[in-house]
Design a protein around this ligand. Structure first.
Ligand code: ADP
Ligand code: AMP
Length: 213
């Protein structure tokens, strides 16, 4: 099963993608996580991506598409995957479509997690991330067992640089301009399904499971 998560930054794509990956036994592929791992390891790709991420801008398609296509070509993606944060532009979606078509494959579902802009800034300022294992928490809604410490790997949790309110506004603008058109793109393909992302994360997940089966 090949699934794409759509939605504004902070809508809960990563939270749901991790649960989907676990339930259906497919890898969770997050371009944001791949970039953050590269930044942490000080790679050239990481240094280039950081310039854009810190401003709330998208990393150019030339860089992003290659890392994604390399990732989904790996053995563990053979039976499908859940993409979180990719595609984010129409050209990215077209490249993915073409690469899949060459293999005689296609996306099964594009799940749009719908959360209005008013809720997003609050979500992002409360998000705490583990840069070591990629786990995500929320200080009010989904707190870790011990404040500031990752449940999975005991590393310190951080407020991502790009989750500061001034950057979030930029990311929302970029989302509406460049990513939202993907809703029409996947509607036209007949694979778009929208869920209400404002309810409790378990309820969101139940709605997604009833779609995926
Ligand atoms: P995205 O991957 O779309 O950027 P995340 O999954 O990281 O978003 O979620 C953004 C923030 O909102 C995180 O702090 C997460 O813990 C929290 N969150 C996710 N889903 C919900 C929900 N249904 N209700 C409340 N908070 C949520
Ligand atoms: P995320 O973790 O999905 O919120 O992504 C964090 C940041 O990484 C984004 O704000 C972008 O700067 C960059 N990024 C992640 N995925 C993509 C993508 N598909 N295209 C362009 N930039 C991306």
């Amino acid at each position: 099963m090949k699934i794409i998560m759509l939605g504004a930054p902070g809508a809960g794509k990563g939270t749901q993608a991790k649960m989907i990956a676990e339930k259906y036994g497919i890898p969770h592929v997050s371009t944001g996580d791949i970039f953050r791992a590269n930044i942490k390891n000080g790679t050239e790709l990481g240094m280039e991506a950081k310039k854009y991420m810190d401003q709330g801008l998208l990393v150019p398609d030339e860089l992003t598409v290659k890392i994604l296509l390399d990732r989904v070509a790996q053995e563990d993606c053979r039976n499908g995957y859940v993409l979180d944060g990719f595609p984010r532009t129409i050209p990215q979606a077209e490249v993915l479509d073409k690469a899949l078509a060459e293999l005689g494959e296609e996306i099964d579902y594009a799940v749009n997690v719908d959360v209005p802009d008013e809720n997003i800034v609050k979500r992002m300022s409360g998000r705490r991330a583990c840069l070591s294992c990629g786990a995500t928490y929320h200080i009010e809604h989904i707190p870790p067992r011990q404040e500031g410490i990752c449940d999975n790997c005991s590393q310190s949790l951080v407020l991502r640089d790009d989750d500061k309110p001034e950057t979030v506004q930029n990311r929302l603008k970029v989302y509406h301009e460049q990513t939202q058109p993907l809703i029409d793109f996947y509607t036209a393909k007949g694979v778009l399904r929208t869920v209400d992302g404002t309810v409790d994360m378990k309820e969101v997940f139940d709605a997604i499971v009833s779609i995926l089966g």
